[in-house]
Ligand binder design. Structure first.
Ligand SMILES: NC(=O)c1ccc[n+]([C@@H]2O[C@H](COP(=O)([O-])OP(=O)(O)OC[C@H]3O[C@@H](n4cnc5c(N)ncnc54)[C@H](OP(=O)(O)O)[C@@H]3O)[C@@H](O)[C@H]2O)c1
Length: 324
């Protein structure tokens, strides 16, 4: 089968389009014929090994000290179940699914995923390309909003609203009944308004922590807002979610949560079937869409990584996987 092989940390140009052996499912695994994957900011960060210092060592030990032990990147996919291991009862051959790929990789024609990773039947009204984007953006967005206990009528600001997680966060927050401000670069603001943002801010022209406005919840997906000024931009009892937490921010967060009535939250998302089903229901009710900027075929994953790293991406970038 064809795959994009990752053999060295560094530039996207080191990724190679190659023939590799097609995997065979173990007893608790599902063999998936992949139709679509994505390139996320997280994929690029892992490829460069641009990992936060506080988790650098454990992640490096897990992924490979001198070179990656994990040979295929890509953390989410959609496709068709081609075979299942003898202990798998939840899925059968022919099921059309979307799934988190974990460290098993999605830049390939096939993969075998254990059923311990979250996967679900694809929403009936989504294409494979659209469904491939749910597992990272949708799941993290839902997790952050739930952790912040976002409810109807609350004012919520999403910093980095135009990306993979942000475009889902804006829409899910609107579904919760919140009044949403999306912050991103100028070329993404019309798109943010089109998916429901009530207000938009161009971060290159205005610092939301210095405009005098207050919010019940601030979700900093991209991890760039000033900690102290973001806390000051919260209403009484406000919540500040660190979607991309740094060590210092977490220490300050524990202190702030312990000594004030404001809460700082930095829990990482873990995909689960209940959340997959929740998002699927919203999608099938027409309340949630996948924002896709561009598509590249599997052979052009390096070009796709370059595009994402330039910061052009609006919402999601999809990798289509041909099989002929
Ligand atoms: N905590 C977790 O569990 C978790 C899970 C997944 C991902 N992450 C991390 O979260 C980050 C975002 O993920 P993503 O997939 O949503 O990335 P993404 O698709 O690249 O979206 C990030 C968005 O933020 C914008 N941005 C950049 N600088 C900004 C600033 N100073 N103020 C406001 N917006 C800014 C970017 O636009 P421009 O480039 O046009 O400026 C882009 O639209 C990544 O670093 C990723 O590793 C965390």
């Amino acid at each position: 089968m064809k795959a994009i092989v990752w053999s060295r940390y560094g530039s996207a140009d080191l990724l190679q389009y190659k023939d590799v052996a097609k995997p065979t499912p173990k007893e608790n695994e599902v063999l998936i014929k992949i139709h679509a994957a994505t390139v996320t900011a997280g994929d690029c960060e892992l490829r460069r090994f641009d990992i936060a210092p506080w988790i650098w060592l454990p992640v490096r030990l897990y992924v490979g000290v001198f070179k990656p032990r994990i040979k295929i990147l890509g953390q989410e996919l959609s496709g068709e179940v081609e075979a299942v291991g003898q202990n798998v009862t939840q899925f059968k051959k022919g099921d059309l699914i979307f799934a988190e790929a974990g460290f098993k990789g999605a830049y390939a024609q096939y993969t075998c995923l254990p059923t311990t990773l979250a996967m679900a039947i694809k929403p009936s009204n989504m294409t494979f390309d659209e469904a491939a984007t749910i597992s990272t953006g949708g799941i993290n967005a839902l997790h952050f909003l739930r952790k912040a206990k976002v409810s109807a009528g609350q004012k919520i600001l999403i910093n980095g609203g135009g990306g993979s997680i942000g475009t889902y966060a804006v829409q899910i927050a609107k579904n919760f009944g919140a009044i949403v401000t999306g912050v991103d670069s100028a070329q993404k603001l019309d798109m943010l308004s089109s998916i429901g943002a009530d207000h938009v801010i161009d971060y290159k022209k205005e610092d939301f922590t210095e405009n005098g406005k207050k919010y019940d919840v601030i979700i900093d997906i991209v991890g760039t807002s000033s900690f102290s000024r973001s806390i000051q931009s919260l209403n009484k009892d406000g919540r500040y979610v660190l979607g991309n937490p740094k060590f210092v921010g977490m220490i300050k967060g524990v202190w702030t949560s312990a000594t004030t009535n404001k809460k700082v939250i930095f829990a990482l998302a873990k995909g689960n079937i209940e959340d997959f089903d929740y998002l699927k229901k919203l999608i099938e009710e027409g309340k949630l869409i996948s924002v896709i900027d561009k598509k590249y075929p599997l052979s052009q994953v390096p070009e796709a990584h370059h595009y994402v790293e330039k910061g052009y991406k609006k919402g999601n970038l999809v990798i289509t996987i041909p099989h002929s």
